[in-house]
Design a protein around this ligand. Structure first.
Ligand SMILES: C[S@@+](CC[C@H](N)C(=O)[O-])C[C@H]1O[C@@H](n2cnc3c(N)ncnc32)[C@H](O)[C@@H]1O
Length: 281
């Protein structure tokens, strides 16, 4: 039977209806609530429609970190949307293809742009009038909006890579030179970019190979900066040693929170971020 299992302190309704299918809720001894579609032949697809319907009205901060769809774990990663845990590159690309057209509605665009602004500040060389910057995991190209708003006095050439063809298409429409590439192997020559950044991407990378690639394409003394949504335990030592292993130096980081009102929602405690910065020797 197709099921969605939600483990949280919240109490969900006894049944919900999505696309005309009734989902019944059963609570198990661990307090988990399982929604089962009893109608035969109706599949819960892995598009987030069902999960979204179940979680409609639940405040952002109360959303469970993980749910299971047909016993496969999904983690909350993009706004209120859930991504397969340990997703393969193909699964991730499919997921981002499916959310690309609604991306601006499901992320806190202004908060994301504020973080991109901090990352750009870290990677754009201060004393140069022109720079070529790689946006790794470019998504819908929000960086081009930030560059236009904040760097009109400089000549910044943005280049983006992303695994999702739909994301790449949207970025291209905004004028970014964007490539559909998995980020493990890019077509750029060695020592090409003045700066490289990745916003809301690092938590999807399941190996450090892409960081090695970012190091290869970065010029000497160039900076790589990326943000982490929720740094895991012992993350500093973990990232520092791995980034040094692939060739970076001068590891530093900062944490803070962005306070703003976006999409009509106020975040009294702010939107937390951690930014990691390293340099190529
Ligand atoms: C949460 S989105 C962030 C998009 C954009 N950086 C932003 O801040 O709005 C993560 C992006 O990373 C891309 N991505 C994930 N893994 C990648 C990889 N290995 N190589 C290139 N892009 C990747 C996804 O396709 C997606 O567009």
């Amino acid at each position: 039977m197709e099921t969605i299992t939600i483990s949280s302190k919240l109490n969900f309704p006894e049944h919900i209806i999505v696309d005309g299918i009734v989902f019944h809720c059963v609570k198990n001894q661990q307090g988990e609530q399982t929604f089962a579609a009893l109608e035969k032949g109706r599949k819960i697809d892995q598009s987030p429609t069902y999960v979204q319907a179940l979680l409609k009205g639940v405040s952002y901060r109360d959303l469970p970190l993980e749910i299971r769809i047909n016993n496969k774990p999904f983690s909350r990663k993009v706004g209120t949307y859930y991504v397969p845990k340990y997703a393969t590159i193909d699964e991730l690309a499919r997921f981002f293809d499916s959310v690309a057209p609604i991306y601006h509605k499901i992320v806190l665009t202004e908060a994301t742009k504020a973080i991109i602004s901090l990352l750009l500040r870290a990677v754009i060389p201060k004393d140069e009038d022109a720079a070529t910057i790689l946006d790794f995991g470019v998504g819908v190209g929000l960086s081009t909006e930030v560059v236009r708003e904040e760097y009109s006095a400089k000549s910044i050439h943005l280049c983006g890579v992303d695994i999702s063809s739909k994301m790449v298409a949207i970025s291209k429409q905004k004028g970014i030179e964007a490539h559909k590439i998995d980020g493990f192997n890019t077509p750029f020559p060695n020592d090409y970019f003045d700066g490289v950044f990745a916003s809301f991407v690092a938590h999807y990378l399941q190996s450090f190979e892409p960081f090695s690639e970012m190091c290869r394409v970065l010029k000497s003394r160039g900076v790589l900066a990326f943000n982490l949504r929720r740094p895991p335990e012992n993350w500093q030592q973990h990232y520092k040693s791995k980034l040094e292993e692939v060739g970076f130096c001068n590891f530093s980081w900062c944490s803070g929170s962005i306070k703003l009102q976006s999409d009509g929602t106020v975040y009294p405690k702010g939107y937390p971020y951690t930014i990691v910065q390293v340099e190529k020797p």
